[in-house]
Structures are given as C-alpha cells and as structure tokens.
Design a protein. Structure first.
Length: 498
C-alpha cells in the first residue's frame, strides 16, 4: 500500500494536465521514495518507465530503445535499435498512445549522464526542435543531489532553461510517517519517528503489529537485518574516508554541535577539513547547520549549530555504532536494556520538538493560529531576562524550542516541548516565562506548550483564564483533532465553569 506523498503527487498531476509539453526534474536523496512515488503517479496512465543501470553508454541506448519500441510503434517496422539518443528521443512523438498524453519517466538519469556527457545536450536539442510542441511530459528523476544542484540547476547550464518544473523530494513528515504504524499509541509513534525518521524504506522495515521495542531490537540492532548495515552501506556508496565520517557523526550524535567541538571529538586536526566533511554529509541530507530564527529585536544573535537531520542515522550513531562490538557478539538484549531503553525518552525529545514544529505549521495552513508568522525556528542564546526572585534583570541563557514571529516582529508565538513522563507543571511554566526577555506593551506574545504527559491542574486553569496560552497533549498533536480556540479570551464566568 502506498502511503503519503500527496504534495508530490499533486505537483506531478498538475504538470500532467497542463496544456503545454512538460520537462520535469524530480530529485532527492536515496531511499526517500522517488521511484515508488513515480510508479504511483504513472499507474493509471499510459507511460514508458525507464530505469537507468550501471552499464555502458551503448548498453543504455539499447535498453532504452527496447522500451520505446513497444508493440505497434511505427519505427519498429524498420529498426530494432536507435543509432543515437537524438533518434530515440525523436521517436517519442510516435508513441502509439492514441490521444492520451505521452508520458516518459527516466529514473536515475545521472547514471546515464556520467556515461554519456552528450545525453542532456541531445535531449535539449530534440526538445527544443520537436518535443516541446508535442503532447508529451518527460520526467527526469535522480538521487545524485550534489551533481544535480551543482551541474544542472545552474544558470550556466543551458539545459536548465528548458525545465518546466523542478521538485526536490524531502523526507516524509511525522504525520505521514506515523501512518506506517496505525496500531501504535501516540507516544510510540513519536518514538518510532525518532528512531526511523521519514525515509519510507526505513519505515517499511518495522512490522506494524509488532511491539515497538521488539522492532528496534529485531530490525535495527540484530546483525543481518537490513537496517543494521544501512548506515555503513550508504556511506560507502557515496563517500570515501568512511572512518572519518563515522567519527564526525558519532561526535554529533553524542551532543557536539559546534564546529570546533566536532573537530576535537572526531580527532581531526583542522576545522577547515571538518567543514569539508560536513559539507559532503549535508549534500547527502544527513547533516545540516541550523541557524536560530531571526529575532534580533529581542535576542542576542548566536551562531548556528550542526545536527543530524536523519533520525535513523542519529539513532544508529547514538546507540548502534557506540555499542557495535556487543551487537556483533549478539548481545542485543543487553545493549537495549542497559544502553538504549534508559535513554530512549531523552533521545526522542529532540524529535518531539520537530513534531511540534510540524504541528504548528499544520495549524498555520489551516488558519488556526492567532496571527500569521513569517519565521519559525528555535532559539538558543543569552538574553537580558528577569529573575523571579529579583526585581532587576540579569543576563541568562535562554533556550526556546519554538519561536514564531510575524513580519514586523510585533507578534510572537513561543513554544516549549516536554517529552518526559512528568506532567508539565505550572512552576515550569513560570520558570520558562521568567527566562525570557521583557516585551514591549505594544507587542503581542502567545505561548504554546506541548506535553507527552499532560499538564497539572493549576496550569490547565491558567490556560482557561488566559487567552494567550494554549496547551497540547501528545494525543491532540498526533491525532490533530483539537481545534485551537483562536486564543479568544473567555469570560470570568466561562473560566469558572470550566
């Protein structure tokens, strides 16, 4: 059963129904589900689906010719193979699809380009002279994101101007990903997402009816399982010096987020070298540099931090590689009991913040927020904040999980996320508020708190009385059924009755 990817399918469908011919580029990292998405898009349409393989340029053309020369193609009467790519592309005009639009998908086309540098030039020439005026849509799909972005999606490449659509596929968000686990509780869905992330190939490895912890032990930590060797396989396929990259990612997974700390933790003697390694990992969609949301009007600017964007890689480098010798020895139960289970909730708290950010974005699309924000992100820095026990302010560290601002920086939504087994208490709410800088009278500040274990009675009462405060427990977030009250203030009597 195909799950999710509505935005991608809608994009492809919109291109399919346009009157003009379309030349579309769809790309994204490996394992992300590009091929399955294209198959889902093509399944009810007449089409040619060609998957490039690691073979010679002549071999590619021969295989492509056989795909084009389907039964009843006029060219089949006089040839079994096209002499060149121009001839093959030109033959697309005569595909016997009746009045239905001609649809061609070339999957993993960068593989073909590397063996034949003239491929894109041949396609460009035939497209401009013949195909752009035909009822045809060609979709080029590839996983070599660095090559595509550096060599094709640049104004210096003449082929770029012929593209009528470009779409970069990203990992699935939480709400699509948790559809793979319909029988899990809300907590288990967040935990599963923190372990697997949004890569469909990884999500499919778990058995939806099996207990979460059993899936982790059997499908990730057990030698011989697909995911046990996935990180190592992915790195060897894309990079050299895998040992160095392993050290970098293990260091980041262990908590280092600044370039200097990563360099030191990975035993690299030059931060410039570390930057190059991290850049390569970023191009693969595994590591990213996250900058604080722009809040210069209230917060001191601090530099960004590096983090593992792929939850599965983060889990593996937090628990798998760190205990690799024991796992190789078959001690899966021991590793899980003493190394994974005691830390799994703390580990998942970071993914829970991502889930809450996605939820806020969902609320904005549904126009259920008190204002429309233009920026959303995290903040970590020093602020001039008040101390609850003092009348004067003081410089303190301020950590904000979620900060949303409007364009004018006059309205703020500040979010705090709690994935512990303890309820979010009123005292924590006060402590959090006191850590923030003072706001001007003409600035509107809203608070949204997200909790795995609910909220204490005093904080719930405060939320009923305060139109600027919203509380979301994990079931409300995961089900997305709660409709915010648009922060409309209740009357004193309404608050009393609640």
């Amino acid at each position: 059963m195909f799950i999710g990817r509505k935005a991608e399918l809608d994009f492809l469908e919109s291109k399919y129904v346009e009157a003009e011919s379309q030349l579309v580029l769809l790309y994204g990292r490996r394992r992300i589900g590009k091929t399955e998405t294209l198959k889902e898009f093509c399944k009810d349409k007449k089409h040619i689906f060609y998957s490039c393989t690691q073979t010679s340029a002549i071999g590619q053309l021969s295989k492509f010719s056989k795909q084009i020369l389907i039964e009843n193609h006029p060219a089949k009467r006089y040839t079994n193979e096209f002499p060149d790519w121009k001839g093959a592309f030109s033959a697309l005009k005569e595909l016997p699809f009746d009045k239905e639009r001609k649809l061609l998908v070339i999957d993993e086309f960068p593989t073909l380009c590397k063996g034949n540098e003239s491929f894109l030039w041949d396609l460009k020439e035939v497209w401009e002279k013949e195909l752009k005026n035909e009822n045809i849509i060609i979709i080029l799909c590839g996983s070599a994101t660095s090559y595509i972005e550096k060599e094709i999606l640049t104004e210096n490449n003449p082929f770029y101007s012929d593209l009528t659509g470009v779409y970069k596929m990203e990992s699935m968000g939480f709400f699509d990903a948790c559809s793979f686990f319909p029988y899990y509780t809300s907590e288990e869905k967040v935990l599963a997402y923190s372990v697997l992330g949004g890569i469909p190939r990884y999500l499919k490895q778990f058995e939806p009816t099996a207990p979460l912890f059993e899936n982790i032990k059997k499908k990730i930590l057990t030698k011989g399982s697909v995911l046990y060797s996935e990180a190592d396989f992915a790195l060897h396929k894309e990079l050299r010096e895998v040992a160095v990259y392993n050290s970098i990612m293990e260091t980041i997974a262990d908590g280092s987020s600044r370039l200097g700390d990563i360099t030191k933790g990975a035993y690299i003697n030059d931060t410039a070298k570390t930057s190059v390694y991290i850049k390569n990992l970023s191009e693969l969609g595994i590591v990213e540099r996250v900058l604080p949301v722009d809040a210069k009007s209230k917060f001191s600017v601090s530099s960004g931090v590096y983090r593992l964007t792929d939850n599965f890689f983060k889990f593996w480098y937090s628990f798998g590689l760190a205990n690799f010798s024991q796992l190789e020895d078959g001690d899966v139960e021991g590793v899980f009991k003493y190394n994974v289970e005691p830390l799994i909730n703390e580990y998942a708290s970071f993914a829970f913040v991502d889930v809450c950010v996605e939820y806020i974005k969902k609320l904005q699309k549904e126009e259920k927020l008190p204002f429309r924000y233009s920026s959303i992100g995290y903040w970590c820095g020093k602020t001039f904040a008040k101390d609850g026990a003092k009348k004067k302010g003081d410089v303190k560290e301020c950590n904000v999980d979620i900060l949303c601002m409007n364009q004018d920086k006059t309205e703020y939504l500040i979010g705090d996320c709690n994935f512990s087994k303890e309820r979010y208490s009123y005292s924590r709410y006060e402590e959090f508020r006191n850590s923030l800088p003072p706001f001007d009278e003409d600035e509107k500040v809203y608070f949204a708190f997200f909790s795995r274990s609910g909220f204490d009675d005093k904080l719930r009462l405060e939320a009923r009385r305060n139109d600027n405060l919203l509380l979301f427990d994990i079931d409300e977030i995961v089900s997305s059924k709660k409709t915010p009250q648009s922060f409309t203030r209740k009357t004193s009597m309404e608050s009393f009755l609640l």
